[in-house]
Design a protein around this ligand. Structure first.
Ligand code: NAD
Length: 503
């Protein structure tokens, strides 16, 4: 049943939060103004735990996208010429405001995203980290001087803002995944048009608009157009104005976004899906491997691109590993994320639930055994452990994106590597062994952008390159790597002495 009032079950109203704009959230953020929905269609934003409507936001149209890009283009050159310390200070102030509004944010993480407190804290930390590092980029690496092969010439490489940056983000870590592009883009003198996911338009976009507005960002530098990907996504990503198209989301949608961007001579930066493996070699510390395996599979209901999708465990440890993981899974408290102590909340929506449950049921029909969990109620799916899994089962060969831990046995390190690489994805992964050299050999052979030894794949640090290979994306985020994407190098040469030409 859908409750049409915006007041939530615990009596708080999203429009009355300290962080809410005066207009309430039912607005676009264009040219520094909160533009009311007017006669646009509305998007219902639902609390996935209670299935009640939290608020509505306008469904932006293609005309809104055109206007946002025009405004951003107009604002960019003046912003790019502002002194770097001024740009850095605004990003730092926006970052500090995230801390000041921490209570509101924690509540919004729960009611809009289904995120438990642990995840809210983790995501706020990630967002603040990326904003701190992003702010610092304004003052870094203004360019280089290179000697010339031509006598009397001086070569300068001048770093300039890329221009307008289009940003499309998903619902799973909306505040962080948006901040990791918006903050460095703004600090480096770009302007931004942002389309958050339709399930999380507040945490994925409008919240950031609010903190940047309060931090004093000039009008037009950040514009937010909440809208459905299937309605405005093609127009947004194939637009002629942006110089960079940053997309985080599924590989299927990302491929189309990348193709349309390139068709418009826009540089794509794609962070896509994963099918990450957690490899447990025969000499692993079993308890450490199980602890890491549980955290990497069940945190935020397994809804991270870098969650463990497959546990690949040596046959000598297999039974003990499965029993230990099942034991951990059964102990995890499930419930409304606002209830203290909850560790597993709801998945984001019905279509995700149906997809996860479908993979589970088909895998069981194909011979997998449920060792823990397996049930679901509303959008809550029990943390589930499956044994007897083979690489071709739906739960293993797809990115299931749920609180599901399929465990696959192997005999030799070579076979483990084959299983790990038997996917088009290549995002993250982990290897457990007490012999670090052996683990390192396996890590080297894993075709992924990131691997963590004696840990699990769920790692992201604001100063370390983040990204994948294959269907997991193009390019790297964070620090100097995102700076390269969000800037362009211009070669200016100065011929200081007359040059001798051949004719
Ligand atoms: P999705 O691709 O369905 O949606 C992501 C965004 O794309 C949303 O804003 C959506 O509105 C938009 N979109 C949809 N159709 C579009 C179109 N035709 N043109 C332009 N935009 C369009 O992804 P999702 O299911 O919401 O998110 C989960 C996926 O994101 C998973 O595959 C996950 O692995 C991936 N992800 C990757 C990273 C990473 O850093 N590599 C991080 C988080 C999530």
């Amino acid at each position: 049943m859908t409750d049409t009032s915006t007041r939530s079950a615990d009596g708080r109203d999203v429009d009355e939060l300290d962080i809410a704009p005066e207009t309430g959230w039912n607005a676009l953020f264009l040219d520094g103004e909160w533009v009311p929905a007017g006669d646009r269609d509305l998007i219902d934003v639902e609390n996935p735990a209670t299935r009640t409507t939290l608020t509505t936001v306008p469904s932006a149209t293609e005309d809104d996208v055109d206007e946002a890009y025009a405004v951003a283009e107009e604002a960019q050159s003046a912003w790019g010429q502002r002194p770097p310390q001024e740009r850095a200070a605004i990003v730092s102030d926006a970052c500090a405001l995230l801390g000041e509004y921490a209570d509101d944010l924690e509540w919004l993480f729960a009611v809009e995203c289904g995120g438990v407190q642990l995840k809210a804290d983790f995501e706020t930390q990630l967002a603040q980290g990326t904003m701190e590092v992003g702010a610092g980029l304004a003052m870094r690496d203004g360019g280089r001087r290179k000697d010339s092969v031509t006598p009397g010439k001086e070569n300068l490489l001048v770093r300039e803002p890329a221009g307008v940056v289009g940003v499309i983000t998903p619902w799973n870590f909306p505040l962080y995944l948006t901040s990791r592009v918006v903050a460095p883009a703004i600090a480096l003198g770009n302007s931004v048009v942002l389309k958050p996911d339709e399930h999380t338009p507040l945490m994925g976009g409008l919240v950031l608009a609010r903190v940047f507005e309060e931090a004093g960002l000039p009008d037009g530098v950040l514009n937010v157009v909440p809208g459905y990907g299937h309605e405005i996504g093609d127009h947004f990503s194939g637009h002629s104005v942006p110089s960079v198209m940053s997309f985080t989301g599924s590989s299927e949608v990302g491929r189309g976004v990348g193709q349309r961007a390139v068709g418009a001579y826009t540089e794509p930066a794609l962070e896509l899906g994963g099918n990450n493996a957690h490899v447990v070699l025969p000499d692993a510390d079993l308890e450490r491997a199980i602890d890491a395996g549980a955290f990497g599979s069940f945190t935020h209901q397994g809804q991270e691109c870098i969650s463990i999708n497959r546990h690949v465990v040596h046959e000598s440890l297999y039974d003990e590993y499965v029993a230990g993981l099942a034991d951990r899974a059964e102990q995890l408290p499930i419930g409304d994320p606002r209830e203290e102590g909850t560790l597993v909340g709801p998945v984001i929506n019905e279509s995700q639930r149906d997809k996860i449950v479908g993979f589970l049921e088909k895998s069981v029909a194909n011979g997998a055994t449920v060792e823990a969990g397996g049930g679901h109620d509303g959008l809550f799916i029990e943390p589930t452990v499956l044994s007897g899994v083979t690489s071709d089962m739906p739960v293993a060969c797809n990115e299931h994106f749920g609180p599901v831990a399929p465990v696959i046995p192997f005999e030799t390190d070579e076979e483990a590597i084959e299983i790990v690489n038997d996917t088009e994805y290549g995002l993250s992964g982990s290897v457990h062994s007490t012999d670090v050299a052996r683990a390192r050999d396996v890590a080297d052979a894993m075709e992924t952008g990131m691997v963590h030894i004696n840990d699990q794949p769920l790692n992201d640090e604001p100063h370390v390159a983040f990204g994948g290979v294959g269907a997991s994306g193009l390019g790297r985020y964070n620090d100097e790597w995102i700076m390269d994407t969000l800037t362009t190098l211009k070669w200016i040469s100065i011929q200081r002495e007359p040059r001798e030409y051949p004719y």
